[in-house]
Write a protein of this length. Structure first.
Lengths: 226, 329
């Protein structure tokens, strides 16, 4: 299956799959974060106006902290999710699957200074496109990766009540394909469903809605649905 | 075993595990809320879940079931292998022991960074002193008048800044200097070239200003001003450059590791240097903002204290953290 999965082996000896987040999602998350930082700066500017020189000092301190450590705070204390990332449903983890720790977060955020060169994260984007885990330089040095957060996956019902055995024994990949079609058919459009189901017409001998129903029934048989 | 039977038989157990992980994730700080018996069974449950996941993959059950179990295992994995946050005593240990011995351990990078920084400083200082007009190679005339105005003997600096000004300058120094330190470090990932550039560039700037200020009109004000925090700030810039050079070196000569692994390893080590750099620059900003411009102290005492700070810094990095006999440095 073609997918952006990063697999790593846990100490328990199983392979876990992470779905890695690509440059586009990360850019969107970043833009949301920038807007939030901008709003904070504006509020800060308004407040510090009334404090004269003390305000200038405060403003500079806060601007410094915001610039370098805004993401660090969220990554360490909010489970790897800055507000922008949370909105786009992605988060940062260490590339061994553990939640991000303090050092890694500081490393990846300090190295933003280089990822940003020569302007608008050009180096970072090139790095993301080249690296197998969509990692920018900060991620590579810190050993982190940005993945899609866990989403509630409902186990879907196959939209058919009857089951039958397949006309001949199916291979492993073929079983997976039939099951996959049956479970995802509610997510596809009507025409697409028919189009896919009719690929098997030579075997099932059916066309249109009947073809779809046929495949659903075989899938039920595979799953053991009575 | 058909998938439906598999799901029917074990879905209660998966649901229990999901509830357990939910409660661990949300009440991470107050683990007392979780039934301690349930918590004790966590590891066993997690291992069984790993087993179910590999069964599901092996038997070719549907992708949705595998994804669901995969998600649960990921969340369990995150809970089980969570890194513990650093306690306060570790911070004390860092500053009293780890930081100085780490600096000694990276001495060849520190020396390299020191040369890359101080040679331009002295060169620029000397050249500008001998050929005063060459200051305009480095700065615009406008900038030159600006900093001349700051340090002129009759200027407000002599009269001392008031508290508000001090605080705003504190903010400025934090914003500016720590940013420079970070860039010196970060530039190291470009095979060390970024760090080299920032060290030399800042060295030229600082040396040029210093050279221009040797002029008797400004000398006593300027030098008494900078001597206080110079020990901390200049050392910190050199150290952040050293950290960056270490990053670059790991990419250029990774030894027996892959370049990426060498980079990760050296990043983890050199970031500790950067923590110390941050602390030193904060101290420097403090001194520079609240103390250096004070007019109540005599020049002699300012120079004495400044010199004292240099000695303090030297002793700190050379002497501390040697108590542990097992250390090589």
């Amino acid at each position: 299956m073609i997918d952006t999965l990063l697999t790593f082996e846990t100490p328990e000896g199983i392979d876990l799959n992470f779905e890695v987040a690509g440059p586009l999602v990360r850019i969107l998350a970043y833009m949301i974060d920038i807007v939030i930082q901008g709003v904070i700066i504006i509020i800060l500017s308004i407040i510090t106006q009334y404090l004269d020189k003390l305000g200038v000092g405060l403003w500079l301190l806060c601007a410094f902290l915001l610039q370098w450590f805004f993401p660090v705070y969220f990554e360490v204390f909010h489970n790897g999710e800055t507000p922008g990332k949370k909105a786009m449903k992605i988060r940062v983890v260490n590339d061994d699957g553990t939640p991000i720790n303090y050092s890694a977060s500081v490393i990846r955020n300090l190295l933003r200074a280089v990822d940003f060169l020569p302007g608008s994260y050009a180096i970072g984007l090139v790095s993301m496109v080249i690296s197998p885990g969509f990692k920018r330089l900060g991620d590579i040095a810190a050993g982190t990766v940005v993945i899609y957060s866990h989403r509630k996956t409902d186990r879907p019902r196959i939209p058919s009540d009857r089951s039958r055995n397949s006309p001949f024994p199916l291979k492993f990949e073929e079983q997976q394909t039939v099951l996959g079609f049956a479970e995802r058919s509610t997510l596809l459009s009507g025409e697409r469903r028919v189009e896919l189901a009719e690929i098997l017409s030579p075997i099932t001998g059916q066309k249109g809605e009947q073809a779809i129903e046929e495949i659903h029934q075989i899938a039920n048989g595979l799953r053991g649905n009575r | 075993m058909k998938q439906m039977i598999f799901e029917n038989r074990f879905s209660r157990e998966w649901q229990e595990f999901e509830d357990l992980v939910n409660s661990l994730e949300t009440s991470a700080k107050s683990k007392g809320k979780i039934d301690s018996k349930m918590q004790a069974t966590f590891v066993k449950r997690y291992r069984r879940l790993c087993h179910y996941l590999s069964l599901a993959k092996e038997r070719g059950y549907s992708q949705f079931l595998t994804d669901y179990l995969n998600e649960l295992v990921i969340r369990g994995h995150a809970q089980l292998y969570h890194h513990k946050p650093t306690g306060l005593s570790k911070i004390a240990q860092f500053f009293l022991h780890d930081f100085p011995s780490r600096v000694r351990g990276e001495m060849k990078f520190v020396i390299m960074a020191g040369l890359l920084f101080f040679l331009p400083v002295f060169l620029a200082c000397g050249i500008i002193h001998l050929y005063p007009d060459s200051i305009y190679l480095v700065f615009d005339p406008g900038d030159v008048t600006n900093f001349e105005a700051m340090y002129e003997n009759s200027s407000s600096i002599r009269a001392g800044r008031n508290a508000d000004d001090n605080f705003s300058m504190f903010g400025f120094y934090i914003f500016n200097n720590i940013g420079i330190g970070f860039r010196c470090f970060a530039g190291g990932i470009l095979f060390g070239l970024g760090s080299v550039f920032f060290l030399v560039y800042n060295g030229i700037i600082i040396g040029s200003v210093a050279g221009h200020m040797i002029d008797p009109k400004f000398a006593s004000t300027f030098y008494s001003f900078i001597i206080g925090h110079g020990a901390f700030e200049l050392t910190a810039i050199v150290l952040s450059g050293a950290a960056g050079l270490k990053l670059g070196a790991s990419l250029l000569s990774p030894g027996r590791l892959r370049r990426i692994d060498a980079l990760k390893h050296s990043a983890r080590v050199s970031i500790r240097l950067v923590y110390g750099v941050i602390a030193m620059l904060v101290i420097a900003a403090f001194i520079e903002a609240f103390w250096s411009s004070s007019s109540t102290l005599s020049l002699v005492s300012k120079f004495a204290v400044g010199g004292g700070f240099w000695i303090l810094v030297m002793v700190y990095f050379m002497g501390l953290g040697r108590a542990d006999g097992s250390q090589q440095y």
